[in-house]
Design a protein around this ligand. Structure first.
Ligand SMILES: Nc1ncnc2c1ncn2[C@@H]1O[C@H](COP(=O)(O)OP(=O)(O)OP(=O)(O)O)[C@@H](O)[C@H]1O
Length: 309
């Protein structure tokens, strides 16, 4: 099914399976992502997209299959170890430090590569102050890149929802990733914000960063992706260019009866995300959680939306 490209892949997902008790959330997914490539993973609600993301980033442990990043097997690694190999992500539901200002949220992204020694931090040594300045400069850079002001005071949760989404992307970029996974970044955005997001995703790619995008806004997906992988009930039913996928009978059938037909125009002004009946019914779950790997890189972060979302 997969359209394999020549050259070594940055991300290689091979025959990935994830089961929650009797529910096969991911059932034999294989795809590759190369440097500076944008690959979208689409499918009706409950198709297994976020589950696949959680396996790739180490939040869930795959039942079987292999995930390699630049040739290194990360299948059984913890989220922090996967992140250290150049993988950053955003979440379907925002996970920001809600009480902290914008700048501190983005500075937090630098901690992956900017080490502070406890001794320096306790004594506020010149080395500590230098490191803090590097973190602040880096955060300014990425906030500017996503089009936000760094001097906003007050808790980040007070910002409009669309701006909070951009803070989360800025924080992921502050990790200096080679691969960025975006989980429904257009959800809750208005028409203008979706167009800005489209531009932002393209500019991230121009930096040489590869992107894997889960998105229900088909206009955005078709506009921005080099390749599209389609999941249905955990199974991969297509992998090809946006044009190939749009015309694929199996994809059309999977989306029949869904409001998410894979051919809409970009930024149609409709709220992205789960519209209508969301296509084929979500697979029933027995509620049994998959094996979690522990050190959630966003642990302690709040998961919330502002009222105007
Ligand atoms: N922690 C969990 N415990 C049990 N079942 C789960 C868990 N997470 C996901 N599932 C089940 O796995 C299947 C795939 O869910 P997943 O969230 O990955 O789909 P998705 O394609 O991301 O859906 P959506 O577009 O709605 O976000 C669904 O049947 C879901 O109910």
């Amino acid at each position: 099914m997969s359209e394999r490209q020549h050259g070594s892949a940055l991300l290689d997902v091979a025959d990935l399976h994830l089961a929650f008790g009797g529910v096969r959330a991911v059932d034999g997914l294989s795809f590759q992502v190369h440097e500076a490539e944008i690959v979208s993973v689409i499918g009706p609600n409950g198709a297994g997209k976020t589950s696949a993301f959680n396996c790739i980033t180490g939040f869930y442990r795959a039942t079987s299959g292999a995930i390699t990043i630049d040739g290194t097997d990360v299948t059984r690694m913890r989220p922090s170890a996967v992140a250290a190999r150049g993988v950053a992500r955003t979440f379907q539901n925002l996970r920001l430090f809600g009480d902290l200002p914008v700048l501190d949220n983005v500075r937090a992204g630098t901690h992956l590569w900017l080490r502070q020694h406890v001794f320096d931090a306790l004594l506020h040594t010149p080395r500590y102050r230098r490191t803090e300045q590097i973190a602040t400069d880096e955060a300014h850079h990425w906030l500017d890149f996503v089009g936000l002001r760094a001097d906003r005071v007050g808790p980040v949760r007070a910002l409009p929802y669309g701006e909070q989404r951009r803070v989360e992307i800025a924080r992921a970029l502050a990790r200096r990733p080679r691969l960025l996974l975006l989980d429904e970044p257009a959800a809750g955005l208005n028409h203008g914000e979706k167009l800005e997001l489209l531009d932002l995703i393209r500019r991230i790619r121009e930096l040489g960063i590869a992107i894997v995008l889960i998105e229900h806004d088909m206009g955005l997906v078709m506009e921005v992706s080099q390749r599209v992988v389609v999941l249905n009930f955990g199974k991969e039913i297509a992998d090809g260019s946006p044009d190939q996928v749009r015309r694929d009978p199996a994809v059309i059938e999977a989306y029949l009866g869904s409001d998410e037909a894979p051919s809409e125009q970009t930024g149609d002004g409709q709220p992205a995300g789960k519209t209508g009946d969301g296509g084929p019914a979500k697979q029933a779950s027995d509620g049994k959680a998959a094996e979690r790997t522990g050190d959630d890189q966003a642990s302690g972060e709040t998961e919330e939306r502002t009222a105007d979302a």
